[in-house]
Design a protein around this ligand. Structure first.
Ligand SMILES: Nc1nc2c(ncn2[C@@H]2O[C@H](COP(=O)(O)OP(=O)(O)OP(=O)(O)O)[C@@H](O)[C@H]2O)c(=O)[nH]1
Ligand SMILES: [Mg+2]
Length: 392
């Protein structure tokens, strides 16, 4: 091998070495890159897999229970008049508020008129409230919604205040006339399914928890299951008695005459030193004149035992029946002289405005409001709270 040949051979070796070095460099570099990426990829996959795993684990440690918690808490939140009237507020003042977003007074007035007429208030009451809104719109400027609200509030308070105590009376025993001595008799009337029996159960529980002795008379001799339903309620109510309080039921078998039940119950109540007698009656339509006559007779018969009885006659009205509730109250009042209203099922109805109509047109006070199905879901009517609730 001459010198030229050995130079070429040397260059070839150097070239191969460089090429080999370059290949090794590239391989190592790519390996390093891979290694760098590898943990990320793994972490990513791990993370991806971890999500279901974690979820699964959480599920195993009863996350569903955690998820249910808010619901459970919500279910336990005690209703009050304000929460019960949420839908009424939306249906009434919520719509008025939206009507006032319009700048055309004529359009606003028309909208308000429609809202009022569809709010179960009754025509007379609608006119009173409408004139308040008209007055607000009579100025040059577009009326401010806050001043409309204040004016409506004043008008509503004017309607309700003459018939209700300034501050709501907490005790159910103070809501009506009391007997000077002997039993005070409350007669509970109303159409089918309004909530008479349920309300009697709730009232009994309150009275018994305030140390009173209560006798509940099963005057619904018409419906087969009525006595049993009343018994369930009186048992429930009895469990709320204080030591001095009690709840008993007078439920004679095979009696079909409600007057006889009322007569015997009052006689028994007198002899047992009962404080309150609550008389349940069968539901009836205000249009069924023979059944209205039956109630008149029950009332008459009671005076033979206690001349002032019943001390109070309360009609139970289902708030959902809207304007029909007004008609019911009117007819029962004409037949019996109703002294108070128990407005039930205020929870969940958008028709709570009916209280205003009843008071305005019939001048009968609302004594109690039903805001749920549980035994303590009956509250004294607080008219200011009511007005503030429906005006939001
Ligand atoms: N949500 C709600 N339900 C109520 C209220 N008051 C009564 N109820 C329900 O209304 C239904 C009828 O109640 P009852 O007490 O049986 O009515 P009633 O007037 O005695 O019915 P009759 O004896 O058939 O005429 C029942 O399912 C009650 O739970 C209330 O304030 N709110
Ligand atoms: Mg009943």
């Amino acid at each position: 091998m001459n010198e030229a040949q050995s130079n070429i051979f040397l260059y070839l070796i150097v070239f191969i070495a460089i090429l080999f070095g370059a290949i090794v460099f590239v391989v190592i570099r790519s390996q390093i890159k891979k290694d760098k990426k590898a943990p990320e990829v793994t972490a990513g996959r791990d993370a991806e897999e971890a999500v279901p795993e974690v979820t699964q684990t959480k599920t195993q440690i009863q996350i569903p229970v955690d998820e249910k918690k808010p619901e459970a808490v919500e279910a336990e939140v005690e209703p009050n008049l304000h929460s019960a009237l949420k839908k009424t507020e939306e249906n009434f003042f919520g719509r008025i508020r939206r009507a006032f977003l319009n700048n055309d007074k004529k359009v606003v007035l028309e909208a308000v008129e429609e809202i009022l007429y569809t709010s179960d208030l009754g025509p007379g009451t609608v006119e009173k409230l409408l004139s308040v809104v008209e007055e607000q719109l009579s100025g040059k400027e577009m009326a401010k919604i806050d001043s409309v609200k204040a004016a409506l509030r004043t008008q509503m308070i004017d309607i309700l205040s003459p018939y209700h105590p300034e501050t709501a009376l907490e005790k159910v025993s103070e809501l009506g006339k009391r007997a000077a001595s002997g039993p005070t008799v409350l007669m509970i009337v109303g159409v089918n399914g309004a909530g008479k029996t349920t309300s009697i159960g709730k009232i009994s529980a309150q009275l018994a928890s305030q140390n009173f002795k209560v006798l509940v008379a099963a005057g619904d001799t018409f419906r087969a299951a009525a006595g049993g339903q009343l018994k369930t309620w009186t048992d429930r109510a009895a469990s709320h008695s204080t030591e001095g309080g009690s709840v008993e039921i007078y439920w004679p078998e095979n009696t079909t005459d409600p007057s006889a039940v009322a007569f015997d119950a009052l006689t028994k109540a007198k002899s047992l030193n009962i404080d309150f007698v609550l008389l349940d009656t069968a539901g009836r339509l205000h249009t069924q004149s023979h059944l209205m006559e039956e109630l008149k007779k029950v009332k008459r018969v009671m005076t033979k035992v206690i001349p002032e009885a019943p001390h109070e006659t309360w009609i139970v009205l289902d708030a959902n029946s809207g304007q029909n509730a007004l008609l019911q109250a009117k007819e029962f009042n004409q037949a019996l002289g109703v002294s108070g209203v128990i407005l039930t099922k205020m929870d969940g109805t958008a028709k709570g405005g009916v209280a205003l109509g009843v008071v305005d047109q019939l001048h009968i006070p609302v004594k109690l409001v039903g805001i749920g199905e549980k035994i303590h879901h009956l509250k004294s009517f607080d008219y200011k709270d009511y007005v503030d609730s429906i005006l939001g």
